[in-house]
Design a protein. Structure first.
Length: 154
């Protein structure tokens, strides 16, 4: 299950059902037996930059951060996979640059974040190939026009 948090002004622009469908599609294609809990926080550039500095030692704005925190609640048996932060401002800017809708960009960033929570990365060429191919497949399944959005590692 996807829990979405954001300021009220941002909430008005979100298609929550689309984001929930994207989350469910990722977990289905990854063959999870049940959909784990994740939290999506849509925030601003300043906040995401602070988290990027604190947890990655990079003092820059980024579009999405994932924080894996996988555990299973011993009482309910529910799995919590982690948290995803997306910068609204950066997502809006990237969508404008691509000539696409904000929801296309947010959906892509959510898929990207979930793949990281599921253990994927793109730090090496083989990892990048695997993650990029899977992300493009998921986005195509969702009829999202964004493809080839993960930068190849140097």
């Amino acid at each position: 299950m996807l829990t979405i948090k954001s300021r009220r002004t941002i909430q008005k622009e979100l298609d929550v059902k689309r984001l929930q469908r994207a989350s469910a599609t990722v977990f289905s294609l990854l063959e999870f037996e049940t959909q784990p809990e994740i939290t999506l926080q849509i925030t601003d550039d300043q906040t995401i930059q602070k988290f990027n500095l604190q947890y990655r030692d990079i003092d820059e704005v980024t579009d999405v951060l994932s924080f894996e925190n996988a555990f299973t609640d011993p009482e309910s048996g529910e799995t919590y996979l982690g948290d995803i932060l997306i910068s609204y401002e950066t997502a809006k800017s990237q969508a404008d640059t691509r000539g696409l809708q904000l929801m296309d960009e947010l959906e892509m960033l959510l898929v990207h974040g979930i793949l990281h929570l599921a253990g994927m990365d793109h730090g090496s060429t083989p990892q990048w190939q695997e993650m990029s191919t899977l992300q493009d497949k998921i986005l195509a399944e969702l009829s999202n026009p964004i493809q080839k959005s993960i930068h190849k590692p140097e």
